[in-house]
Design a protein around this ligand. Sequence first.
Ligand code: ATP
Ligand code: MG
Length: 242
Amino acid sequence: MLDFLTRSSEKQVPLLGVFAIIGCDGTGKTTLTHDLLASLREKGRAERCYMGLVSGEMGDKIKALPFIGVKLEDNLHKKANRALDMEKKLPGLGTALIMYMLSLWRAAQLLRVIRLSRRGVKVIADRYPQVEVPGFHYDGPGLTVHRTDNWLVRKFARQEQKMYEWMAGQKPALVIRLTIDVDTALQRKPDHDIVELRDKISVMPRLTFNGAQLCDIDSTIPYAQVLEAALQAINQAQPTSA
Ligand SMILES: Nc1ncnc2c1ncn2[C@@H]1O[C@H](COP(=O)(O)OP(=O)(O)OP(=O)(O)O)[C@@H](O)[C@H]1O
Ligand SMILES: [Mg+2]
């Protein structure tokens, strides 16, 4: 079904003009991506693309849906959390299907990014998919083969794994990783769970994004300096053609 994705997976060159901003919740990804977009648009064509699932912007969009929004978002978040708990088995086919569809949505976003890059449009991605650490919380695969006896769920998980391997092969030209400490993250996102924040902070340094060019910026410094450092990193990024 996803042959068109795996066929193009041999291509491992970075995507020209694609800049990914990653980091734990509260590092300022959304704030920064909007400002970077405005700055890049002064020089040419540029787009912003949100690549996250369930949390952050997409979570807010789901919450804003009339009548069912808040409940649906809560439900999806719980399901993602449950599936991320490696001690437990996946809760079932319904959840697996939702998670698989969310991953498909993410792959569709990435196809859009690739199209834009080929057209010479600069892209600022808020979050970026990776295959190194499983779990939607880290923008990795949400399903894994080992936690279920259901053959159909296992099939979804295998397909999803392939999808993430393909996505990870689509390296951005530069990954800007925003770092933070748990106290600052909680101060900026007081409604977030401290355990979840701590966990995300510990996972972020392990991600290499398939060997993409990476630049760390401390997000606890004044915001104007973060923006300036990010712009500088983008301007200095190696121009590699796709
Ligand atoms: N360097 C900074 N100094 C002070 N405040 C900041 C800084 N960077 C971001 N903030 C503030 O932190 C809050 C969270 O920022 P933002 O929503 O952009 O984070 P995020 O990384 O997108 O989080 P999420 O992963 O939950 O979407 C905002 O109120 C923003 O103004
Ligand atoms: Mg955000």
